[in-house]
Design a protein around this ligand. Sequence first.
Ligand code: 13P
Ligand code: SF4
Length: 350
Amino acid sequence: MAKHISPQELQKKLGNVQVSGGLCSYNLAYCEKLAPLINEINDLKAERNAIILAHTYVKPEIVYGVADFTGDSYGLSKDAQRAKADVIVFAAVRFMGETAKILNPGKEVLIPSEFNGCTLADSIRGEDVMKLRERYPQHTFMCYINTSAEVKAHCDVCVTSSNVYTIAEKIPNDKIFFLPDKLMGKNLQNELLRRGVHKEILFSEGSCYVHEQYDPDMIENLRLRYPGLLVVSHPECSPGIIEKSDYIGSTSTMIEYVKESPSSHFLMLTECGLTSRLQVEMPGKTFVGSCTQCRYMKSNTLEGIRDVLRSPKPQDKVEIAPELIHKARRCIDAMFHYVESPATSIAHGS
Ligand code: 13P
Ligand code: SF4
């Protein structure tokens, strides 16, 4: 049996988390409801030889109560690749569960939430990529990890927020079609120019509904109110936000940046789960402004995780046809290749 947590211990851990300006807080009564579920899930994990991967955006009781690995989409895909357990429960969104399945075709991969979309991943289908490839035969097709297995199967290389700029720079082609995020596409164009790299970057029309809504004007107002404020943004934000930010990075590198910084006040322009983690792990720092919640990530619950571990329904299991796994895997492996080797030559072909 796994080690059990008491409501008091949970409250001590999560007591500093303030979501929606304090509307949601981890008081003792709430922790009394959560602790038995956490303990049941940890026992089920041991019984089923299962591990739980959780993206930083999911609820803090998942991140700190039951997750074995937490991080950004790149880190979690590496954790999935190394996984030894028989069962992987992915508390995040569907494309992340699919990535885990592509990397572990022989394992059972379970997704605990049925509301597991993503406005980026849902903005483009495999057949759209096929048409684009016909139109732009000279371009290397680089997809964001926030895409379905089917889309990955039609692309040459996958990227995440932690490596998009470096991989675009390394690709031995000066014509790149990036999909599906138009804001990240514009940010990529700007960053490559800043680095003195001249490539044609085309992109499709998707966007993340969480990150596209931040208004660059509010940054000035907050800087006036909090002298020394550091603005930390995700590359899915608009170019206007990126231009005014002190640091841009993936969810995991944003955490590292705040940890290393001597400053006391930060504006985190990303999903609320990141601020929740910082409030738990860096209680001495102050996070100003309001964050935004991703309705898909936040639809993961302890009850949903318990239920998929107890008796998964067919729709909870990630199933991908072997041929699709094979093609999508090439696209993900190309990303690992670029990240891990300094070489710039890699053969692409769809
Ligand atoms: P990260 O790769 O930074 O975790 O981002 C994933 C995501 O969905 C951001 O909205
Ligand atoms: Fe998709 Fe945006 Fe949610 Fe990330 S925050 S999972 S990009 S909808």
